[in-house]
Design a protein around this ligand. Structure first.
Ligand SMILES: C[S@@+](CC[C@H](N)C(=O)[O-])C[C@H]1O[C@@H](n2cnc3c(N)ncnc32)[C@H](O)[C@@H]1O
Length: 355
């Protein structure tokens, strides 16, 4: 069955859906760490918990961030006028447990009467929708240009291999940690979802020798490729990021394309840090402890990916998330600008010599 995304609907997953339709009242949620004020003072010195060679399952460490962004896609998909549709997001997130199901619920009842938190969360979901839209368009343009090989780096719960309208004979490689890829394929497979391209999971750590694993899975370096690095770079050490781009450039035949989400993690911006902590505190009150600050590598000398690509022969187009959100009718409210993630959405081409 091709076009799995169009044929599958929420109605296919009634048991999972029920968990969200009967939510626990917000006031009875476990208050893991007491009041918000206590939460905020509790986290002054946030150190990265990352170590060389660390691994995780979907609900652990960096794996949980894949659930978080997929939850936003689920919220967007269920909204009245969605910018993107990811019919698999709710299933994938809610299968991880009740608290995750509530995070993926469009009513956002788990936020309770925290109106500011609700608005901030909504803008976060808008951002995820806009970035998904940007990268969906990237793949659409890439396949229109004739590309039939895609590599999704740190694929997480990205369901593009199941939901995009890939041309026949397209191969989509998905790289992530083994347990993350197993979780996704297991859930989707057990609910009858079928990829719309040839999907090839490549279970390898992106700090290791992933090109060897990719080539062993069938990747053809003589064919142009569409690469995606969405929601990845801060979770890599700066030198691993450099190696990532060196390696993917070396593997890119002329005509290849790459799309990247480049985060502007400004550690000195106190309002932005406070907003990240408030987001963490909100999720802890839901019972989910996902502190992105602890999971990233805060390398001050990290290369700017757009500049790196320009310096290495790629034709780069970059847009700020704020501009793209405004363009797509999801502007960041003025009072929330400094509380909203700041990123640059990048796409680039490696031109053929004859162009
Ligand atoms: C925020 S999620 C983004 C997932 C997906 N790209 C999306 O946007 O939905 C981060 C993902 O990066 C993966 N990841 C982070 N560091 C990695 C590494 N060193 N090797 C493989 N995967 C990694 C995590 O397992 C997780 O799935």
């Amino acid at each position: 069955m091709r076009g799995g995304l169009r044929q599958m609907s929420r109605a296919a997953f009634p048991a999972v859906r029920t968990a969200v339709m009967s939510p626990t009242p917000a006031h009875s949620l476990p208050k893991l760490f007491g009041s918000m004020a206590h939460d905020m003072t509790d986290v002054e010195d946030v150190q990265s918990v990352r170590t060389d060679g660390d691994t995780w399952a979907i609900t652990e460490s960096v794996g949980a961030t894949a659930l978080g962004v997929a939850a936003s896609r689920a919220v967007e998909t269920a909204s009245p006028d969605p910018l993107i549709r990811d019919e698999f997001a709710y299933l994938l997130v809610s299968s991880a447990g009740l608290a995750w199901a509530r995070l993926a619920s469009p009513d956002m009842d788990w936020i309770g009467d925290d109106e500011h938190g609700r608005r901030a969360h909504r803008v976060g979901c808008d951002y995820q929708a806009v970035r998904t839209h940007f990268f969906d368009e990237f793949f659409s343009a890439a396949t229109q240009s004739g590309i039939r090989q895609a590599v999704i780096l740190a694929a997480g719960l990205d369901s593009r291999a199941y939901r995009l309208d890939w041309p026949p004979h397209t191969i989509v490689y998905e790289i992530d940690q083994p347990k993350v890829l197993e979780y996704k394929a297991g859930i989707l497979g057990s609910h009858g979802a079928v990829p719309t391209a040839t999907r090839r999971p490549v279970a390898v750590d992106l700090r290791d020798d992933w090109p060897t694993a990719l080539i062993a899975a069938g990747f053809n370096r003589t064919r142009p490729t569409a690469w995606l690095a969405e929601g990845l770079l801060p979770y890599l050490p700066a030198d691993a990021q450099d190696r990532l781009f060196e390696r993917l450039t070396a593997l890119s035949a002329p005509g290849s394309r790459v799309a990247v989400e480049v985060f502007g993690f400004d550690g000195s911006n106190e309002r932005r840090r406070a907003a990240r902590r408030a987001r963490w505190a909100r999720m802890r009150r839901l019972g989910l402890d996902v502190n992105v600050e602890k999971l990233t590598y805060p390398d001050a000398n990290r290369a700017d990916a757009a500049q790196w690509l320009t310096d290495h022969g790629w034709q780069v187009h970059a847009v700020s998330n704020a501009d793209e959100m405004a363009r797509l009718g999801r502007p960041i409210p003025a009072d929330l600008v400094e509380e909203t993630v700041a990123s640059t959405l990048v796409r680039a081409r490696l031109d053929r010599p004859d162009r």
